[in-house]
Each structure stands twice: as structure tokens, then as C-alpha cells.
Write a protein that binds this ligand. Structure first.
Ligand code: AMP
Length: 373
């Protein structure tokens, strides 16, 4: 104790006013397994386990040291601290790639576990469920809002894709998201940008046929976001089932150090899968659109009652769509849940997928038919 005070004094560490901050503050936090309770000094420091500014630097030099009273390592004490966002739901907004990258790397160094939620904005409860999922497994949640031009085809809705930034920021803040990165296309694809990810084989059927180039754009932006926001986990929705498989495969193939968390599809009470594009639907199209989830639910029921023939199930699904007045069916398919290779017999887990246009709006939905036991 005397030694520490002497060092402080020597370094001219006087507080400007009594009890105020000092230019240097030395504390004895732990001393082996010793416990000291004297009028002069208490060891372990009585509040060290409550203070992030103490635990974070301590974790950098002595993460595995065990607190003699609490019998927890410094790393465990740090990860058990309540998230700063729990008491102050402040959303920090980042526009610059270098700033967000530096901040995330800093959070890493301070022992935080970071969850990432990439989005294109126009947020709904499906997106917010990803934030909640990330919150459960990480103490810092970072979202991105970027309508990625390279994943849209020349005749697709890039220009008119809904943009609702103010509402998005409010929704992210109230869901407890800590950081949001909102780059411009120029930030992500500056002049001279010419490196793209060649997506894995699972990108080729279904969406790969209907939307050539789509998954090349998706894989490229997702990998770039993983570089700019190197999180521990990233949450993606099962709503975009093939996208999820493409990303999982890319992460495995390229050894990207991030865990991909698949989150269930959030639906409206009547079954329609939530989508930013649902807002394009007129009231009558909104009714027609219900046929997608209905066809999938009926397919699941058929399988539960013993039907195994994929062609029979697909024909029935197509009939349900037609009956609702949906004529522009892009695909109705039963496939292997991991590779998306077509499946002819539903005698093992099978994913059923639909893409169809309702009016001019392209909708997709899917459902797992036979769950692994
Ligand atoms: P998007 O903004 O459409 O690119 O979607 C961003 C993320 O939200 C993706 O991981 C989507 O799969 C996910 N997502 C979109 N709609 C839903 C939904 N209804 N339920 C769960 N996740 C969703």
C-alpha cells in the first residue's frame, strides 16, 4: 500500500480536488490468494468485480487468474458483467468503415463478445428477432443497414427497395442493439473495387437460377461485413434459407472465424412470413400471399400423414398456389436441407421451398418437412 502511494506521489498524481480523479491511480486488486481486510487496504479490491474499466484491462494481462473470494477467473467476471446497454439503450451510429472496424477490434480487446446482425433495413419483427437472438449470445450487438447493389439483378427492385432509416434506428435502439453501421455503396465498393466471392455450389439451384449473380453479391458483402465487423457470432434468418446455407458453407470453406446462428422465420399471425417486400402488396395480394405459407403447412401435414413422394407433394403445393390466383411460380421444390439437391422421397429431413410472384412482388418462403430426430 505504502509503495503504491509513494509511486503515485512520485508521479505527481494529486487529485485536483479531494476525491476527484487523479492523473494516475494505482490499486492493489489481488495478491495471490491473499485476503486482507485492514483499515488501510482491502484485498481483493472490494468493487473490482463490478467494474468493467478494471476487469477489461485486467483480463488482457491476467484473464485466468482466479478471484480468491468469488472463485471466478477475471475473464468470467468480465463476461458476467451486465451489458452497458442494459441500463443505457444508446445506439451508436457508424458511417465510416474504418471507425466501425477500429471500434469492434477495441471491443474485442476489452473482452466483449460481439454479435452481428446484417440487414438491408426496412426492419420488421423478423429482423428484430435476430437482434434478440444475438443479445442472448453476445454482450454487444452490432447491426448493419446496407441495401447491397451487387445482389440485385438489373431488373430487380434495388432503386425502389424500401428505405425507412429513422424507424429502423428507433427499432434497433429499443431492441437493445448497441452499434449500427450504415455505409454508402461507395464506402463498400470504392472506385477500383474488383474482388468478388465465388459462391459455393449450394448457391446454384433455385434462387441461383432465378436470380443469377445474386449470391455472388450476397457472399461478397457478407464476407466484407465480417471483415469490417469481426464478430464472434452472426445471426441470419431461416426465411432466406438458401442464403443461410450459402453463408454457412462460405464460412466453413474459407475458415472465417465466426459462428453462424440460424434464427427461425418470424410470421404474421396469419402465417405470412415477414418480409420488407410485404409492404408492396395490395390488400388483395396480401390475401393471395397467404397461399405460400398455407402450401408449406399442407405439405408438412401430408408428410406427417405418411406421404413420401416428393412429386405428389410438389403438385399439391402448386395447386394451392394456383387456387389462390398465383400464376407466376418461380419454383416449388423439395430438397436436401444442407446441399439443396432435389429430393424425390421424403424419408429424411427435407426442406420445402417456394418462390412466386404475387402481383409484381417476389416472395419466398420455406419449411422443414421432416425434422431430424
Ligand atoms: P434482409 O434485410 O431482407 O436482407 O434480411 C436481413 C436478415 O433478416 C436476413 O438474415 C434475413 O434472413 C432475416 N430475416 C428477414 N425476414 C425474416 C423473418 N421473417 N424472420 C426471421 N428472419 C428474417
Amino acid at each position: 500500500m505504502q509503495t503504491l502511494l509513494a509511486i503515485e506521489k512520485n508521479w505527481d498524481a494529486c487529485a485536483a480536488n479531494a476525491g476527484g480523479p487523479r492523473t494516475i491511480d494505482l490499486d492493489l486488486l489481488l495478491y495471490d490468494d491473499a485476503m486482507i481486510e485492514s483499515p488501510e487496504i482491502i484485498v481483493p479490491h472490494p468493487r473490482m468485480h463490478e467494474r468493467r474499466f478494471v476487469l477489461a484491462p485486467a483480463a488482457e494481462i491476467a484473464a485466468n487468474v482466479v478471484h480468491p473470494k468469488l472463485r471466478r477467473t477475471i475473464r468470467e467476471l468480465l463476461t458476467q458483467l451486465p451489458s452497458p446497454a442494459a441500463d443505457e439503450p444508446n445506439l451508436r451510429i457508424f458511417l465510416s468503415p474504418t471507425d466501425i472496424q477500429a471500434t469492434i477490434l477495441d471491443l474485442h480487446r476489452n473482452g466483449h463478445r460481439i454479435g452481428l446482425v446484417p440487414t438491408m433495413g426496412a426492419l420488421h419483427e423478423g429482423h428484430i428477432s435476430l437482434v434478440h437472438n444475438a443479445r442472448e449470445q453476445a454482450d454487444i450487438v452490432a447491426a448493419t443497414i446496407f441495401v447491397n447493389p451487387t445482389q440485385f439483378g438489373p431488373h430487380e427492385d434495388f432503386r425502389k427497395y424500401p428505405r425507412t432509416l429513422d424507424a429502423d434506428l428507433r427499432a434497433l435502439a429499443s431492441a437493445g442493439c448497441n452499434l449500427v453501421f450504415i455505409p454508402t455503396a461507395n464506402d463498400i465498393y470504392p472506385p477500383g473495387f474488383s474482388t468478388y466471392v465465388e459462391p459455393p455450389v449450394v448457391s446454384q439451384p433455385l434462387e441461383g437460377i432465378c436470380r443469377p449473380g445474386h449470391f455472388r453479391g450476397v457472399a461478397t458483402i457478407v464476407l466484407k461485413l465480417f471483415q469490417l465487423l469481426p464478430a464472434h457470432i452472426a445471426c441470419f434468418g431461416q426465411k432466406d434459407y438458401q442464403q443461410l446455407q450459402v453463408i454457412k458453407r462460405m464460412v466453413a470453406d474459407l475458415a472465417v472465424p465466426i459462428e453462424i446462428i440460424a434464427c427461425p422465420t418470424v410470421r404474421e399471425p396469419d402465417g405470412l412470413a415477414m418480409s420488407s417486400r410485404n409492404r408492396y402488396l395490395s390488400p388483395s395480394e396480401r390475401q393471395q400471399a397467404l397461399a405460400l405459407s398455407r402450401a408449406l403447412a399442407q405439405a408438412e401435414q401430408r408428410v406427417r400423414f405418411g406421404e413420401q413422394n416428393a412429386a405428389t407433394i410438389v403438385t399439391a403445393m402448386q395447386a394451392t398456389l394456383h387456387e389462390a390466383g398465383i400464376t407466376q411460380i418461380e419454383y416449388v421444390a423439395l430438397a436436401d436441407p444442407e446441399t439443396l439437391a432435389p429430393q424425390t422421397t421424403v424419408d429424411r429431413p427435407t426442406i420445402a421451398l417456394i418462390a412466386a410472384r404475387v402481383g409484381t412482388t417476389r416472395l419466398i418462403d420455406n419449411r422443414l418437412l421432416l425434422k431430424a430426430t
